[in-house]
Design a protein around this ligand. Structure first.
Ligand SMILES: CN1c2c(nc(N)[nH]c2=O)NC[C@@H]1CNc1ccc(C(=O)N[C@@H](CCC(=O)N[C@@H](CCC(=O)N[C@@H](CCC(=O)O)C(=O)O)C(=O)O)C(=O)O)cc1
Ligand SMILES: N[C@@H](CCS)C(=O)O
Ligand SMILES: [Zn+2]
Length: 759
């Protein structure tokens, strides 16, 4: 039996890559120092996996920003708008990569960033490839080949990992009409063959192709594209051992396609789809020579592996096809796991495994599968049993409150048209009201204040005074530029999910459990280990304080139940829907407490509602039913006159528009600008009945949009949605931005709204 890994986190266990990239962007370190940090992280990761006992170690999983963007650079899919930067300005590759990811606005250049969206159902975001009808490809970046050579020189048994050509194309977007991106396969494949040629020259025998599109509903043409691709690769490189990996779902309808591919190893995600092993072992696949990679260690969660359960899979497969055809692996890339449990002190530690521990689990499973007594097995059984029996987990009062929920609890008092009238009487807002999404820049000073509190250098009172000062400044500034519905700025929050997790019972948190979300941005997902309840109000103090400073309305700001669920590590001993409903009740209590404190506009953010959608359409309804119900439970405890907003971002929402309408928020603010308001057509076609704030500028880029751009977007919006339904706001919160660009952009946004009211 072999062990292998599909990918390792690249941020470094102390977020070394994040820190170096941000310092480089700020001009504080040279490119060489950033590269040196990257090299050190790669080497440490490779060595760690080698020492753990992993036979085949992934290379190509490292990226300075995103692996999909790296693929675009590898195949030369660089949109025309960057050509001035490559040709005239001759930007080095690393700066071109960052320009494509973040936009470029200096030295007289003003180029927008590429779109970013969710990687399948994860909180990782990739840069969306852009394709034109006349698209050409060529081998542009040799990063993968160079890193493969680097690994070999470091004595690593390296396995190059590529995003497969079909998934790469399907994850991209046509930027003009008249063609389908899959038509480009015949032009793209030769570049992949070029890369394989170079890898072959460098000595690669095993190559992993990730084709996660096989976890989606594919058309026959898409399945055939997979067949054609791997037939051609195999025909060109008959000696290559192709590892084909899909994850996050069953192969489902694509299983017979996958089983017939001329690959050396087929990877199965047995955490997300345990049943597919039986499906496969009852087909003629058993008579082939293809190896099976059993993804038994969960790459998406932090719970210790249940060795007995994994060994059952391994033994069952080995019994049918023989040990030599079995590989042991994590279920997917460990990109989605935090790095190292050794750095933690949580009391949950005996129940957990992070990336470093997961690769050790893979190796231990191989040892255990070989047979013989081993104390590691009993240790594992004890840990699994102690979690199951722990009194920390179950709270009868929480369970019975969930059982007592009625349909009335999930419904506002009246339908939207009546609520709108009450709200208009109360709020008295102008046409095209302006607002922001909640957070203002989380500056180094603010992070520093929080770090000092953590280290005990500030008392809780001293901390509060400093945060109050920031909040007051933000309120005064918003008043001065004429924003209509103000926000308190979220200065007291480390993260929009972790902050709530820290205050809810049933949650634990880590000190260094960082996971990459996009580029240099990381999250520290809380761990939901038990029944969830809210011991005391969580946000009322800050919202009430902000409201006390001004006569304008201040929006209360909450994270919704689905997003808290989705962006946490979730317990795996009860259905997600049950955990979500428990969170919904906690948020409902917060919403009603905010209303009691005089807050009349309350935003319940649900940016992750689309991300939680199952990858296969057949499973959508069940999810949307409980997810929408959870949101409604959280929002329905208030009077008609209290205006409930929700906010969504980073996803394609067209296909869940009915569910969004069913959430029945009075106002939805939604990311739209990178896609030039494309999304609004869906709202318009659907005749979305409630109010909408389509984002008028992209907050991911430091680039300041012009008034003309924002005006054009709003003109587009009002051509499809009635003006009295529209709000004017950015795409998302501004926490990742700095104040100078935030000020400039918001002043221009408010002026744009004023002009819209008169012309
Ligand atoms: C809106 N998004 C979010 C997602 N997921 C979340 N969980 N949260 C989100 O907001 N998903 C979709 C989108 C896009 N994704 C992100 C993800 C992450 C960020 C972001 O800004 N992350 C910050 C870290 C935030 C945080 O937890 N900050 C803490 C700790 C700060 C820190 O690093 N402290 C230093 C010490 C500081 C000092 O001494 O000066 C340290 O610990 O070393 C805090 O503020 O207290 C990031 O920087 O990556 C945005 C969008
Ligand atoms: N209220 C949050 C939403 C982010 S999706 C913020 O403004 O950062
Ligand atoms: Zn957002």
């Amino acid at each position: 039996m072999q062990t292998h890994n599909l990918g390792y986190p690249r941020i470094g266990s102390r977020r070394e890559l994040k820190k170096a990239a941000e310092q480089y962007w700020a001009g504080k370190i040279p490119a060489a120092q950033l590269m040196a940090t990257g090299k050190t992280i790669r080497e440490q990761n490779w060595k760690l996996q080698q020492e753990a006992g992993i036979d085949l170690i992934p290379v190509g999983d490292f990226s300075y920003y995103d692996q999909v963007l790296d693929t675009s650079l590898m195949v030369g899919a660089i949109p025309d708008r960057y050509h001035a930067l490559t040709v005239d300005k001759q930007l080095p590759d690393i700066d071109l990569l960052f320009a494509m990811a973040r936009g470029y606005q200096k030295d007289g250049y003003d180029v927008t960033a590429m779109e970013m969206t969710k990687w399948f159902d994860t909180n990782y975001h990739y840069i969306v490839p852009e394709f034109t009808a006349g698209q050409t490809f060529r081998l542009f970046s040799q990063k993968l080949i160079n890193e493969y050579r680097e690994a070999r020189e470091a004595g690593i048994n390296a396995k190059p990992v590529l995003l497969g050509p079909v998934s790469y194309l399907l994850l991209g977007k046509e930027k003009e009409a008249g063609f389908h991106r899959l038509d480009l396969l015949k032009k793209l494949l030769p570049v992949y063959l070029d890369v394989l040629e170079k890898l072959d020259e460098a000595g690669a025998y095993y190559v992993q192709f990730d084709e996660p599109c096989l976890s989606l509903d594919l058309t026959t043409a898409e399945q055939q594209a997979i067949v054609k691709t791997y037939a051609e690769i195999k025909a060109t490189f008959p000696n290559l051992h192709i590892i084909l990996a899909s994850y996050f779902e069953c192969y489902g309808e694509n299983l017979s396609t996958a089983l017939a591919l001329p690959v050396g190893t087929l990877h199965l995600d047995l955490v997300r789809c345990p049943s597919q092993l039986d499906d496969i072992l009852t087909t003629s696949f058993v008579n082939t020579r293809t190896k099976l990679s059993l993804g038994v260690v969960d790459g998406r969660n932090i719970w210790k592996n249940d060795f007995r359960q994994s060994l059952q899979f391994i033994q069952k497969a080995a019994g049918k096809i023989g040990k030599d055809r079995i590989w042991i692996a994590p279920s997917c890339s460990l990109l989605h796991s935090p790095c190292d449990l050794d750095l933690e002190t949580t009391m949950l530690k005996p129940w957990l495994a992070f990336a470093k521990q997961k690769v050790q689990e893979v190796a231990t499973l191989r040892t255990l599968a070989a047979g013989g007594a081993n104390p590691l097995l009993q240790e594992n059984i004890d840990a699994i049993n102690s979690r199951r029996a722990s009194p920390l987990i179950h709270k009868p009062e929480v369970k019975s409150r969930v059982d007592l929920i009625t349909e009335k609890d999930a419904r506002r008092q009246h339908a939207f048209p009546e609520r709108r009238d009450r709200q208009r009487e109360t709020l008295r807002l102008p046409l095209f009201p302006t607002t922001t999404i909640g957070s203002f820049p989380q500056t180094t000073e603010i992070r520093g204040i929080r770090a000092r509190l953590k280290k005990g250098e500030l008392t809780a009172r001293e901390y509060d005074v400093l945060i109050e000062k920031e909040t007051e400044e933000a309120i005064r500034w918003q008043e001065s530029i004429g924003i209509d519905v103000l926000v308190h700025g979220e200065f007291e929050r480390n993260d929009m999910v972790e902050y709530f997790g820290e205050q809810l019972d049933g949650f634990a948190f880590t000190e260094n459990g960082w996971v990459q979300s996009y580029g240099s941005r990381c999250v520290k997902p809380p761990i939901i280990f038990g029944d969830v309840s809210r011991p005391v109000p969580m946000t009322v103090r800050w919202s009430a304080y902000a409201q006390s400073l001004t006569d304008k309305w201040v929006k209360g700001m909450l994270t919704g139940p689905v997003t808290i669920l989705q962006w946490s590590f979730v317990r795996n001993d009860q259905p997600r829907s049950t955990t979500c409903t428990q969170i919904a009740l906690a948020i409902r209590d917060e919403v009603t407490d905010l209303e009691k404190a005089g807050i009349r506009v309350i935003q319940i953010d649900e940016p992750a509602i689309r991300e939680g959608l199952p990858l296969r359409k057949a499973n959508w309804k069940e999810y949307l039913d409980w997810a929408v119900r959870a949101f409604r439970i959280s929002a329905s405890g208030v009077a008609d006159a209290t205006q409930i907003h929700t906010h969504m971002c980073y996803s394609e929402f067209n296909d869940i528009i009915q569910a969004i309408a069913d959430m029945d928020a009075d106002v939805i603010t939604i990311e739209c600008s990178r896609s030039q308001m494309e999304l609004l057509d869906a709202f318009a076609d659907f005749r979305y009945p409630n109010e909408i704030g389509p984002g008028v500028y992209d907050i991911h880029s430091p680039r300041v949009p012009s008034k003309t751009e924002m005006r054009a977007l709003m003109d587009k919006a009002r051509s499809v949605v009635p003006a009295d339904q529209l709000w004017v706001n950015p795409d998302c919160g501004l926490k990742t931005r700095a104040w100078p660009e935030t000020r400039a952009a918001l002043v221009a946004m408010v002026e744009t709204a004023r002009e819209l009211r008169t012309s």
